[in-house]
Design a protein. Structure first.
Lengths: 132, 146, 375
């Protein structure tokens, strides 16, 4: 009788259990992503995270690069709120290598337009055990 | 003739059911449905911490159980005073209307209930209209001011 | 439905979960790209740009349609266990959001958030205490409405009710009011935000302060800007949300103490009489917030890859899927017919307090919070 009216949660008894389960789940997901990126992923394609234009490209095919090496410089429209006004100005940004590795192909040349998340700038083979 | 009385928290329909039962010499069954729908009702909320949700569910369950006792005791008193023979049934479920419809399909001739029907989360729902659509027996709604 | 045990318990989750994942997959691969291209009122992508119908809102709408149209108002037994995992997904998503910050950034914005939120929380609580009394609500319901309008909506209502002995049927009305108001603001806020040209920072701060039910804060921010990255609406909104969630136990404590001080302590449970803050805190603290800070610590230490790296990109992609799956389930818990029956004094108090908070928050943000992103 006393049990019949008790509402059920998920497979968990209380939110404390559910929260713990969420944390375990996230740890597994994060671990899977990190291991995949560090060891499993065959090649890494570097893509721009903004639209823009390539100003300079500093790597060539088959070149070995080190973490912190300049890969390319691009020009983009910098939109920023300054004193409440949206200002647009052209700015340039250097993109550095985040891991050691070898460049397999270079997909752009100077003057090319970049599409955020679309254009493939270089494809590289990164040193295993590092996060690209 | 078999009459089914669906009990709610207002006990508005009890008198009418007793009167009908004694007039027609019918057998009377009172049904109390306990609402277990709270877990789904607050199911989307993900910000509750630790044991707050289970404490609340226990709180609503205790409330439902004490309501069950109060309703049944009040019904018993009134029925005995009226000298009508009766039978008591209880059920529980996430949808009260569904439970009542299921019970009413068990060979009853008439279902008597209050409208609006105040039982658990039925405040947020409309048991009378669901029952009107689906009931297989005659239905008598006892109206009353809120 | 009888109680299942062990494996069967877990297997029961699969059908509902499959529906949630399948829906999100269809929305993201077919529906959203189509909407981006579709020409409505002579403008390409009008549905996405003006109505903010990105995959976030679409998943919620899909859930609402399942529940209200296909399921006829009730989540069927075969899907119920699966849909209940929605909370697990949203909580996981919130924990992963911690990776958008570093500790310095959190400290920088956190102090503004704490200031704004504590003034709005207490402002609303006091307003409801005053207004509720004027309307003639009983003391325990004033407590429940105060907590839910002040802090986190439904969660605060649920966390407060047992302590102040509120009548469950009244609490049901209060919850419907708050949920309904939250859903309404979820659909209109992105529209207002875009019309007033709010920056992501302002929008996150406004929504985080002004929306009644914290459950809808994240979805609203994502509807405004569906990108997961530092400096987007969701990154700011979530800081506000976390501060609100942490404050639940404190507000519950204050309100319960207030309700217990009533003449003869009528609306006070026996357990509430000798209530301790530590006990309230232990019972009500949402542990998953610790996971959120854990993720922030990991990102501060650089364990998750550098900003702009492919690793972080993948992580955020996974995060957006986890949120999307959870949001389909959230939608399935919204029953329009139930919400429409919200009424009585809780509706009146909720609407007045909610609208006031929503509007005042917008005015304060527009006047005092600059558009310049703070990180």
């Amino acid at each position: 009788m006393s049990e019949k009216a008790k509402g059920k949660m998920t497979v968990f008894k209380t939110d404390r259990h559910e929260d713990a389960a969420a944390m375990v789940f996230v740890s597994l997901v994060v671990a899977a992503v990190l291991v995949y990126m560090a060891y499993v992923v065959p090649t890494v394609t570097i893509k721009p995270n903004q639209d823009g234009k390539v100003v300079a490209i500093k790597v060539q095919q088959d070149q070995e690069i080190k973490k912190g090496d300049l890969i390319y410089t691009f020009e983009y429209k910098d939109k920023k709120f300054v004193n409440g006004e949206l200002q647009e100005k052209l700015a340039t940004k250097d993109v550095l290598a985040s891991t050691n590795g070898k460049v397999l192909t270079v997909g752009v040349k100077e003057g090319d337009m970049l599409k955020k998340g679309k254009t493939s700038i270089i494809v590289m083979d990164h040193e295993k055990g590092t996060l690209p | 003739m078999k009459i089914l009385l669906a009990l709610d928290d207002t006990a508005r329909a009890v008198d009418e059911a007793l009167r009908l039962a004694s007039e027609k010499g019918a057998s009377l069954t009172a049904l109390f449905v306990l609402d277990t729908g709270w877990s789904v009702y607050i199911g989307s909320d993900f910000l509750l911490g630790s044991t707050a949700r289970s404490k609340f569910l226990e709180y609503t369950r205790d409330d439902e159980l004490s309501q069950e006792q109060a309703s049944l005791a009040a019904f018993r008193r009134q029925a005995e005073a009226a000298g009508v023979a009766f039978d008591i049934k209880t059920a529980s479920g996430g949808r009260i209307a569904k439970e009542i419809i299921m019970e009413a399909a068990q060979g009853y001739d008439l279902l008597v209930m209050a409208a609006p029907f105040r039982r658990g989360l039925e405040v947020m729902r409309d048991a009378p209209s669901a029952i009107l659509k689906a009931a297989t027996c005659d239905v008598l709604f006892v109206r009353g001011g809120e | 439905m009888e109680e299942r045990k062990g494996m069967a318990h877990i297997l029961a989750i699969i059908p509902g979960l499959a529906v949630m994942i399948g829906t999100l997959y269809l929305l993201r691969t077919f529906v959203e790209p189509w909407m981006k291209e579709a020409v409505v009122f002579g403008q390409k992508g009008w549905l996405v740009q003006v109505l903010s119908l990105n995959y976030i809102l679409l998943s919620i709408i899909a859930g609402i349609i399942y529940r209200n149209v296909f399921f006829g108002g009730k989540i069927p037994d075969w899907a119920e266990a699966g849909f209940r995992t929605t909370r697990l997904f949203i909580k996981s998503g919130v924990i992963m959001l911690g990776s958008l910050y570093t500790l310095q950034k959190l400290a920088k914005v956190g102090s503004i958030a704490i200031l704004l939120i504590s003034s709005f929380v207490f402002g609303t609580v006091f307003f409801v205490l005053w207004y509720g009394k004027r309307v003639g609500m009983d003391r325990s319901m004033i407590g429940v409405m105060g907590a839910s309008c002040g802090v986190c909506g439904v969660s605060a209502a649920v966390a407060t009710s047992p302590g102040v002995n509120a009548k469950p049927s009244e609490v049901a009305l209060a919850i419907a009011t708050i949920l309904g108001f939250g859903i309404m603001t979820m659909f209109i806020s992105p529209f207002i935000g875009k019309a007033l040209a709010l920056s992501d920072y302002q929008f996150g701060a406004w929504v985080g302060t002004g929306i009644l039910n914290s459950g809808q804060v994240l979805a609203t921010c994502l509807a405004f800007n569906p990108t997961f990255a530092p400096g987007t609406a969701v990154a700011y909104g979530e800081i506000w949300n976390v501060v609100r969630v942490i404050s639940i136990p404190f507000v519950v404590f204050i309100i319960t103490t207030w309700a217990c001080k009533a003449e003869a302590a009528e609306s006070c449970s026996t357990a509430g009489a000798q209530m301790k803050l530590s006990k309230v805190f232990m019972d009500r603290f949402p542990i998953f917030v610790l996971g959120f800070f854990g993720m922030t610590a990991m990102s501060s230490l650089g364990w998750l890859g550098a900003e702009g790296s492919n690793t972080l990109h993948l992580l955020r992609d996974v995060m957006s899927w986890i949120f999307g799956i959870g949001l389909v389930g959230q939608g399935a818990y919204i029953d329009i017919r139930e919400l429409k029956r919200a009424g009585g004094k809780p509706l009146r108090v909720g609407l007045v307090a909610g609208t006031l908070k929503y509007v005042v928050a917008l005015v304060v943000i527009m006047l005092f919070v600059s558009k310049d992103a703070s990180f």
